[in-house]
Write a protein that binds this ligand. Structure first.
Ligand SMILES: Nc1ncnc2c1ncn2[C@@H]1O[C@H](COP(=O)(O)OP(=O)(O)OP(=O)(O)O)[C@@H](O)[C@H]1O
Length: 251
């Protein structure tokens, strides 16, 4: 009604809920009771020093590592009980993730598009090659690309199935500042446009400040601080996330 303020409560769907996750490798407790959630359209960052337990946490969410205890719910269902259903709605990119080296870029994306059972695989591959600026690389073998070029292919692969949850382990680590900036903008647009939830790790503090609305600092396998970049800087009485990181990492 014109002239009348309309108030409505908007429920943001919880896409991912991790509760009390714990993982030990022999004597090492890599993850020690970690709980957090990611809502639709939200980009959440896991930060922390080397060996803090970030990748292990991501791998439990991706079903690559089984937690010793704790639960993971995705799209409202328990991951352990609905693994295939849940994981078909997730995708992942990391510079260390291995893709078939001998395939040419468009073959590689085609293979994944078919594996994901896309309704129109060719159209989706063409759109993503355009979005990620991969046209010039389409006939090159993945194994012969530079690490930054491979990262762009990884990102294209991770968007193929239009995942409701995108997990990114240091997504721009190998990218030059120009391409890194373009990829960050692309991922932000994707989150806004599609409501896609994202969980990322990064050692690039300006990137986390730019992308993440909520950040969890992990140290020694535990979440030791949570908030937006501004809230964390305020809580630690410092100017930016870089300074928060140094405080957390140095105890
Ligand atoms: N498969 C494994 N076997 C034994 N120990 C492991 C294994 N994977 C991880 N760890 C140990 O668990 C701890 C957490 O490692 P993890 O890779 O999760 O850290 P991270 O926070 O991702 O570090 P980085 O910033 O260096 O990537 C480390 O002490 C690591 O050595």
């Amino acid at each position: 009604m014109p002239g009348h303020a309309v108030t409505a409560s908007i429920d943001v769907m919880t896409v991912l809920e991790a509760v009390s996750l714990t993982k030990r490798f022999g004597p090492v407790t890599a993850v020690d009771g970690v709980s957090f959630s990611v809502g639709e359209g939200e980009i959440v960052g896991l930060l922390g020093p080397n060996g803090a337990g970030k990748t292990t946490t991501l791998h439990m969410i991706l079903g690559l590592t089984t937690p010793d205890s704790g639960t993971i719910r995705m799209f409202g269902r328990d991951l352990a009980a609905h693994r295939t259903w849940a994981l078909s709605r997730v995708n992942f990119a990391a510079s260390y993730a291995s893709l078939p080296w001998v395939l040419r870029v468009d073959e590689l994306l085609d293979v994944f598009a078919h594996m994901y059972g896309l309704r129109n695989p060719r159209r989706q591959v063409t759109q993503l090659m355009e979005l990620l600026d991969l046209g010039e690389l389409r006939d090159r073998r993945y194994g012969q690309l530079s690490s930054g070029q491979q990262t762009r292919v990884q990102l294209a692969k991770s968007l193929l199935n239009e995942p409701g949850l995108l997990v990114l382990d240091e997504p721009t680590a190998n990218l030059d500042p120009d391409v890194g900036d373009r990829m960050r903008e692309l991922l932000l647009r994707e989150a806004h446009r599609t409501g896609r939830a994202m969980l990322i790790t990064s050692h690039n503090m300006p990137e986390v400040e730019r992308m993440c609305s909520r950040i969890h600092f992990v140290s020694g396998g535990r979440i030791v601080a949570t908030g937006s970049a501004a809230e964390l800087a305020g809580a630690y009485g410092v100017d930016d996330l870089e300074a928060v990181f140094l405080r957390v990492a140095r105890g």
